[in-house]
Design a protein around this ligand. Sequence first.
Ligand SMILES: [Zn+2]
Length: 331
Amino acid sequence: MRAATYSGKVDPPRLVVGEVGTPEPGPGEVLVKILYTGVNPIDYWIASGRYPLDPPKRIVGSEASGIVVDVGDGVNRLKKGMQVSIYPWIHCGECEECREGHENLCLRGGIVGGVVDGTYAEYVKLPEKNVYEAGGEPEIQATAGVSALTAKHAVNRALELCIEKALVYGASGNVGMYIVQYLAKAGIDVAAVTRKDWVSGLGASRVVPPGDVKQLIDEWGEPDLIINPLGGKLLAESLIIVKRHGYVMTFGGLTSMDIPGGVAPIYRRETSLIGVTGGTIQEFKDVLRDLERGVVKPRIWRIYSLDQAGEALNSLFSRERDGKILIRMSG
Ligand SMILES: [Zn+2]
């Protein structure tokens, strides 16, 4: 099969597209022919070696739609020809986190494209429990496993809290665009921080560029929840604008992994910090249903070919990027 492989030692990453062996499914595994794969920052961190893996795999990619083309012994739920989407967290199914339905926190797990070869390839071999039937448009279902799932999980955590107003940084990002939609549908008053005008169509009551956040707070009041997928720099800002005894939710470290300003702003406002990562299998099934029914939808900016995989990955951080990036595997 053809695949984009990386060395793990080059930053920015360099992907090489060529022939590699097509995997064969063993007992309990399925082979999926990839239709579309989503491009995410995690792919970049892994392919550049910034996210050290031991031993590194050859192929990144955690998010994809496809068709089941072969099944190993003992596979019952999935059949050849089914259209599917990939749940990206490899999990044992037996540890205390898995038994409680927190597959994203499996004690022996890891992400597809990190601990096993990923989806920047014509085929991927995965355990049956990482593959779920997904109806509707395969371009849309290719955004389920990382973008929509992370958003669903973050918003489910948010809705456990007593909140009325939420401010979302990175609102036009892969995850942010889904967070805004899910929060607004749940009746939360959402302010979206982004330069992209199209976010106003996702249900936010206010859309402001990053430089106008303080002015927004003066007019709108302090939010009880701030969701920040962009890392340390904006986490520091979040901690000084969140309402007292409010919540700051964080994932990803795009701007920096450190928190400038130290810990004092956290205790002075009695702020609760909440980390989120990925989502559970139940949430993934809910996401597939939501995407099939159009409850939430992605804005897809550009679809690259497999031959352009390197360009696709490096365009993640381009200024002109304006929505989700996909790679189409054939045609
Ligand atoms: Zn486990």
